[in-house]
Design a protein around this ligand. Structure first.
Ligand SMILES: Cc1cc2nc3c(=O)[nH]c(=O)nc-3n(C[C@H](O)[C@H](O)[C@H](O)COP(=O)(O)OP(=O)(O)OC[C@H]3O[C@@H](n4cnc5c(N)ncnc54)[C@H](O)[C@@H]3O)c2cc1C
Length: 492
C-alpha cells in the first residue's frame, strides 16, 4: 500500500475498538469523541501532506524493496544526503504542528527502522527476534501505520527494581508461554497519543538486574488487542473550546496514557526479545534507538523553541515593551538559544559517523547536547513569555466578548496594543501566548521537554561518563609538561 491519506488513517481508527477509558467513561467512538477530534484531524493532515505535490518528493521516496512510495522516516540513512532527506520529513511535520506534537508518526518510524536495521546483535540470543523486528519494520512501513510506545514502568517504588515491587505484575512482565505466543500482564507508561494510534511497541530503557528476567521484554501489537486497556489522563481540554480562545491548546493536545495489559497474548512473530536481561540491556546501545530518533526530536524541539521565541518577540512588540534594554536582553537570550540548537543540529548532521553496518549515525555528542540543553532553554523561553506578557496574559476576554455589539467599542479601546495593533489582534496574540505559557496544555509541553526522552539528570551523568571514558584530557598534560621546562637563565 505505501503512504496513506488522512482519510485512510481515520478509516483505520474507525475499523478498530481499542479499550480506551477517559474520565470514568469507556470511549466507544474515538473518531467522534470531542477530545480526540481535533488531534485526529491534525494527524490526518500529516498523512495528507505525503500526497501533496508541494511536499511529496521532499518527504517520501520510492522504496527499493517494494517499488511503493513510503515516508522518508523509514530510510536507513547511508550518507549525509539521506540524513537531509530524513530531515525534510522531520521539519515538515514539526512545522505543521509548530513542534508542539512530539509523537507524530515519524518519531516511532525512526525507532523501529533503527531497531530493525541494527537488530543482528539479537541473533546471538534467538534468530527469530531479529527476523521478527525486520518483518515488523516492513509491516509498518508498507501499511504506513501510526505507533505509540510505552517504555517506562509505572511510578510505584523507584528505589526497587521490577521484581522487588510489592506485586509481581505491577510492572509489565511475562506470565507464561503458550504455543501461540507469550502472555504478558502488568502496566507500562506513558503512551502518548495511544488512543488514536494503530499499534503499540513496548521496550525498555537499560537497567535490568538479575531477577528481572520476566520484565526484560520487547514486542509490538495492534492497539485493539484483547486485554489491552488504555487509561487516559484527565484531558486538558474538552474539545469544545473555541480556536479564538485557545488557538493551539484546542488543536494540538497529545493525550498520554497508562497501558494495562490484562493477560494479553503476544503472538510469537511479534516478540522481539523476552526473558533475557543482557539482550534487553543491550537494545538501546546496540540499535541506535536513542541516537537516530534524537535527530527527529532535535528538529522538532528546534521548531518548538523557535515558535516560543517568536511568540515572546511578538508579545513584546505588540505592547511596545521591546524598546527596553531588559526586555531586549531576554529576547536576545531566547534567539541565542534557538541559534545554539540550530547549530548543534548542523554539527550532528555534518559530523555523522558510519556504524559497522554502514548506517549514517548523526553525531551522538551533538544530539545529546541538544537533549541536555532543551530542558533548560525551553522552560526559560516559557518563563520569558510569562515575564514579558505579565498581567496582560490574564486580562484577555473571550471571542464571544468581541462578537457582542454592546462591547465592541470597549474591546477596541481598552485592549488595543501599541499603534497599529488592534484590540482583537493583541488579544488573539496574548491568548496564543497564554496557551503556551499558562494553560495546563502549555505546562504539559514544558514537562514534555524535560522528560520525554528520559530523566535529563541521569542522561547528563551518562554523557559525562562516556566523555570521560573516551577523552584523553591531553591539554592538561601538555600544560603540566610546560611547567617542567627549565627557566631561561638571564645574564647581565
Ligand atoms: C509529557 C510526557 C510524554 C511522555 N511520552 C512518553 C511516551 O510516549 N512513551 C513513553 O514510553 N514514555 C513517555 N514519557 C515518559 C518519559 O520517558 C519519563 O517521564 C522519563 O523517562 C522519566 O521517568 P519518570 O517520569 O518515571 O520519572 P522518574 O524516573 O520516576 O524520576 C522522578 C524523579 O526522581 C529522580 N530519580 C528517579 N530515579 C532515580 C535514580 N535512579 N537516580 C537518580 N535520580 C532518580 C529523577 O531525577 C526525577 O527527578 C513521557 C513523559 C512526559 C512528561
Amino acid at each position: 500500500m505505501g503512504i496513506r491519506t488522512g482519510d485512510q488513517y481515520i478509516e483505520g481508527l474507525r475499523s478498530r475498538q481499542p479499550e480506551v477509558w477517559m474520565s470514568g467513561r469507556r470511549i466507544t467512538n474515538l473518531v467522534d469523541e470531542p477530545v480526540f477530534q481535533q488531534p485526529i484531524l491534525e494527524m490526518a493532515k500529516l498523512y495528507d501532506m505525503q500526497h501533496d505535490p508541494a511536499y511529496q518528493d521532499k518527504i517520501t521516496h520510492v522504496c527499493e524493496e517494494t517499488g511503493e512510495r513510503v515516508n522518508n522516516s523509514f530510510l536507513v540513512p547511508k550518507n549525509y544526503e539521506d540524513l537531509q532527506k530524513r530531515r525534510a520529513i522531520f521539519e515538515a511535520y514539526a512545522r505543521a504542528t509548530f513542534g508542539l506534537m512530539g509523537r507524530t508518526p515519524d518519531f516511532l518510524n525512526v525507532v523501529v527502522t533503527s531497531m530493525a536495521s541494527n537488530s543482528n546483535f539479537l541473533d546471538k540470543y534467538n534468530k527469530d527476534w531479529s527476523e521478527n523486528i525486520n518483518n515488523y519494520y516492513r509491516h509498518i512501513r508498507d501499511n504506513d501505520l501510526f505507533l505509540t510506545h510505552a517504555i517506562i514502568n509505572p511510578q510505584n517504588d523507584r528505589s526497587k527494581s521490577s521484581h522487588e515491587q510489592k506485586d509481581t505484575f505491577t510492572h509489565l512482565g511475562a506470565v507464561k508461554e503458550t504455543p501461540e505466543g507469550l502472555v504478558v500482564r502488568g502496566a507500562k507508561m506513558l503512551a502518548t497519543l495511544a488512543p488514536i494510534t494503530d499499534e503499540v511497541i513496548v521496550y525498555s530503557f537499560p537497567g535490568f538486574k538479575p531477577g528481572d528476567e520476566r520484565y526484560a521484554l520487547a514486542f509490538a501489537i495492534p492497539i485493539d488487542t484483547p486485554g489491552l486497556r488504555i487509561l487516559c489522563r484527565e484531558p486538558m481540554q474538552d474539545g469544545t473550546r473555541s480556536l479564538f480562545d485557545h488557538p493551539i491548546a484546542s488543536r494540538f493536545e497529545e493525550m498520554d496514557a497508562v497501558l494495562v495489559f490484562h493477560d494479553v497474548l503476544i503472538p510469537w512473530n511479534r516478540v522481539f526479545l523476552y526473558n533475557n536481561v543482557e539482550a534487553a540491556n543491550l537494545l538501546y546501545p546496540k540499535t541506535g534507538i536513542a541516537q537516530q530518533p534524537a535527530h527527529q526530536s532535535g528538529i522538532r524541539g528546534l521548531v518548538k523553541l523557535q515558535f516560543a521565541a517568536e511568540v515572546a518577540c511578538k508579545v513584546a512588540d505588540s505592547i511596545g515593551v521591546d524598546v527596553f534594554l531588559n526586555v531586549q536582553d531576554q529576547l536576545g537570550e531566547l534567539i541565542q538559544s534557538v541559534e545554539t540548537i540550530r547549530a548543534l543540529l548542523r554539527v550532528a548532521e555534518y559530523e555523522f559517523e558510519l556504524n559497522p553496518l554502514g548506517e549514517a549515525m548523526p553525531s551522538a555528542a551533538a544530539l545529546e547536547t541538544i537533549r541536555g540543553l532543551m530542558p533548560n532553554v525551553y522552560p526559560r523561553a516559557i518563563e520569558v513569555i510569562q515575564i514579558i506578557g505579565a498581567g496582560g496574559l490574564l486580562m484577555s476576554p473571550t471571542g464571544a466578548d468581541f462578537e457582542h455589539p454592546e462591547l465592541a467599542e470597549d474591546m477596541e479601546q481598552f485592549y488595543v496594543g501599541k499603534e497599529g495593533v488592534s484590540g482583537e489582534e493583541r488579544v488573539r496574540l496574548f491568548k496564543l501566548a497564554w496557551d503556551l505559557c499558562g494553560e495546563a496544555f502549555g505546562q504539559r509541553l514544558l514537562q514534555y521537554e524535560r522528560y520525554y526522552t528520559g530523566d535529563p539528570l541521569r542522561k547528563r551523568a551518562i554523557f559525562y561518563n562516556a566523555f570521560k571514558r573516551n577523552h584523553s584530557f591531553e591539554m592538561v598534560d601538555e600544560a603540566l609538561n610546560i611547567a617542567d621546562v627549565k627557566k631561561i637563565v638571564t645574564t647581565t
